[in-house]
Design a protein around this ligand. Structure first.
Ligand code: BG6
Ligand code: MG
Length: 223
C-alpha cells in the first residue's frame, strides 16, 4: 500500500485554474491591449507566477523592466486573490472529497505540492486545511515544476520516500515533476497527460482501487 498522496491544488482540488488564466487575460488586456488565446493556458499551468508571466510576455513578444515585471506579477496576484473571495467548500472539484476520505480510511497521509503561494488561503476557504497533514512551501524549493523539487519536499514533509507516494496533477509540467520525483503519477485531464502512470478524464473518475493498482504496477516495474 502507498503511504502518501501529494496533491497539486489548482485544477485538482478546486477549479481555480480558470481564475488564474482569467486574471492573466484581464491584466494583458489592460496593460497591452492584447488578447491571450485559450491554448496558452496549458503552458501557464503548474508553473510559478513569475514563470507564467515570462511565458505570456514571450508569447506577446514584449520586454519589460524588472520593476515593471514585479508590478505586473503583483497586480495579477491582487486580482486573483480578489477573485478567490467567492471560494467556499462547494468549489471543491467532484470526487475529491470522497477520494480524500478513501485515502484517510487507508491511513494514507496527505500533503499539498502546489506551485501556488496562495495554497494555505485556498485550503482554508475550501474548509480543507485540517484534511492536509502538510503543505510544501513553493517559496522554499530551488526549481519549479517540471523539476521534481516540490513533490520531493511534499514527500519529505510527510517523512516518506517519494516511491511510497502517489502524486495527483492536472498539468503537463506537474506530471513530469511527479515522474521525476519517483512518486507514481496520477493525472486528471486530457490525453496531453498520457505520460502519467494512470490518467482519469476528470476528478470525478478518481478511484482509490485503480490508483492503488497503478501504484502497485509501477512498483513492480521498479523491481
Ligand atoms: C499553480 C498554477 O498551481 O500555481 C499556476 O497552476 C500558477 O497557473 C501557480 O501560476 C502559482 O500560483 P500563485 O497563486 O502563487 O500565483
Ligand atoms: Mg494544477
Amino acid at each position: 500500500m502507498f503511504k502518501g498522496a501529494l496533491f497539486d491544488l489548482d485544477g485538482v482540488i478546486a477549479d481555480t485554474a480558470v481564475f488564474h488564466f482569467a486574471a492573466w487575460k484581464n491584466l494583458v488586456k489592460k496593460h497591452f491591449n492584447a488578447d491571450l488565446p485559450d491554448e496558452l493556458e496549458e503552458k501557464t499551468k503548474g508553473i510559478s507566477r513569475e514563470d507564467s508571466l515570462h511565458v505570456i510576455l514571450n508569447y506577446l513578444n514584449i520586454q519589460v523592466s524588472d520593476e515593471e515585471f514585479r508590478a505586473l506579477a503583483s497586480e495579477k496576484n491582487e486580482a486573483y486573490v480578489e477573485a478567490l473571495n467567492v471560494l467556499n467548500p462547494n468549489y471543491i472539484l467532484p470526487g475529491i472529497t470522497s477520494f480524500i476520505s478513501d485515502l484517510k480510511s487507508n491511513h494514507v497521509k496527505i500533503a499539498l505540492a502546489s506551485a501556488s503561494k496562495n495554497g494555505p488561503l485556498i485550503l482554508k476557504k475550501l474548509g480543507l486545511s485540517d484534511a492536509f497533514d502538510a503543505i510544501a512551501d513553493p517559496a522554499k524549493v530551488a526549481a519549479g515544476k517540471p523539476a521534481p523539487d516540490i513533490f520531493l519536499a511534499a514527500a519529505k514533509s510527510l517523512n516518506l520516500d517519494p516511491k511510497d507516494c502517489i502524486g495527483v496533477e492536472d498539468a503537463v509540467a506537474g506530471v513530469s515533476a511527479i515522474n521525476a520525483s519517483g512518486a507514481t503519477s496520477i493525472a486528471v485531464g486530457g490525453v496531453e497527460l498520457s505520460q502519467a502512470t494512470k490518467r482519469f478524464n476528470n476528478t470525478s473518475e478518481l478511484n482509490f482501487k485503480e490508483v492503488l493498482s497503478a501504484w502497485q504496477s509501477n512498483m513492480a516495474l521498479e523491481r
